[in-house]
Design a protein around this ligand. Structure first.
Ligand code: ADP
Ligand code: MG
Length: 323
């Protein structure tokens, strides 16, 4: 049983009718005349981060991955809560971790308003809950909102986090070559200091039909949209925004990094073809990378098209606990 079947079988709850329960990037809870978007992510030492990761960066990332889910719901961040379990209270580590967390919280106007702290016997465990608002006048860009004929868009660039992770794993076996060190330096921020696309998420209100952040890899996360919307997709490899460090890499590795690499925290969304000029103008005005990478089809699954217009196969192997 994979992660997503497990959630479906045991934790599909009956949310009140007007609300949105488990299954999307955030839950949506009606409070008076407002909607609260709420999300929670768990980060485990050895699973989501190396034990010796820079604590400032860890604090940043723990909040960033949650803000990214708010961005994918077009929500405006309002508050966050921090659950933290650590083996020992080391002041230097705590100082840096909290600084990384607080700096990002300040940047996004999302103050820390509570949490819980425990001693851990299993390394560091971090659980952050984030909430934001989504006015009733905005159609939530749910995973189920994609429509046949929509364009598929992607913000940012692909491959950096996967390449950095691969190099950090390699460095645990043997010292890196100078060339690998340089490459790691160029792409390490993508893995350790992801910038949540909150501003873009807000600008896409009432433009994006369906939206997700690709924390678990492009193919796997796009598949969540396709399954929820009962549609298929065609993706053009030549249109994918690939980081320069991967452009000369071996095809199999590049494809794995680009299509299945996780920890991206960019937004993948679908929008009507008539909104192309609006999106191109938005990208230009904000100096953003926005790539139109494919379209939504009546078929099911994802059809991948290479540079020569030929279809090719690639297994979906994004992040899935228990699989
Ligand atoms: P994301 O990658 O956007 O954080 P996930 O893939 O982790 O989302 O989770 C998919 C959906 O399943 C989310 O709506 C999440 O809230 C829900 N979910 C995950 N674990 C649980 C759980 N233990 N109980 C209830 N809902 C859960
Ligand atoms: Mg998400």
């Amino acid at each position: 049983m994979g992660e997503f079947d497990l959630i479906k079988q045991y934790f599909t709850s009956q949310a009140p009718q007007q609300d949105l329960g488990p299954g999307d990037d955030c839950a949506l809870i009606h409070v008076g005349t407002e909607r609260l978007a709420v999300t929670k992510d768990l980060l485990l030492e050895g699973r989501h981060f190396f034990a010796d990761v820079d604590p400032y960066r860890l604090g940043h990332k723990a909040l960033a991955v949650n803000l990214s889910d708010l961005a994918a719901m077009s929500a405006q961040p309002t508050a966050c809560f921090l659950g933290l379990a650590i083996a020992q209270a080391q002041p230097r580590w705590l100082q840096a971790f909290s600084q990384g967390f607080m700096d990002l919280a300040r940047q996004f106007n999302c103050p820390l308003q509570g949490g819980d702290t425990c001693a851990s016997q299993q390394g560091v465990i971090i659980s952050v809950t984030c909430m934001g608002t989504l006015p009733l006048t905005v159609t939530a860009p749910l995973r189920s909102g994609a429509q046949v004929g929509d364009d598929i868009w992607l913000s940012g660039q692909l491959g950096g986090a996967h390449l950095a992770l691969t190099l950090l794993q390699k460095a645990q076996q043997a010292p890196l070559s100078d060339r690998d060190k340089q490459t790691l330096q160029a792409c390490r921020d993508a893995l350790e200091l992801p910038q949540p696309q909150v501003a873009l998420g807000l600008q896409l209100r009432n433009i994006a039909h369906a939206m997700i952040d690709i924390s678990d890899g492009l193919l796997q996360d796009l598949n969540h949209i396709l399954q929820a919307s009962h549609v298929g997709a065609r993706l053009f490899e030549a249109k994918l925004p690939v980081i320069p460090e991967l452009q000369t890499a071996e095809t199999a590795f590049r494809r794995q990094a680009v299509f299945n690499g996780g920890d991206v925290y960019q937004l993948c969304f679908t929008a009507a073809a008539h909104d192309r000029p609006k999106l191109e103008a938005l990208a230009q005005a904000n100096q953003l990378h926005l790539s139109r990478i494919g379209s939504i089809m009546t078929s099911s699954g994802i059809e991948l098209i290479d540079q020569h217009g030929q279809a090719f196969e690639l297994a979906v192997s994004g992040f899935n606990h228990f699989k």
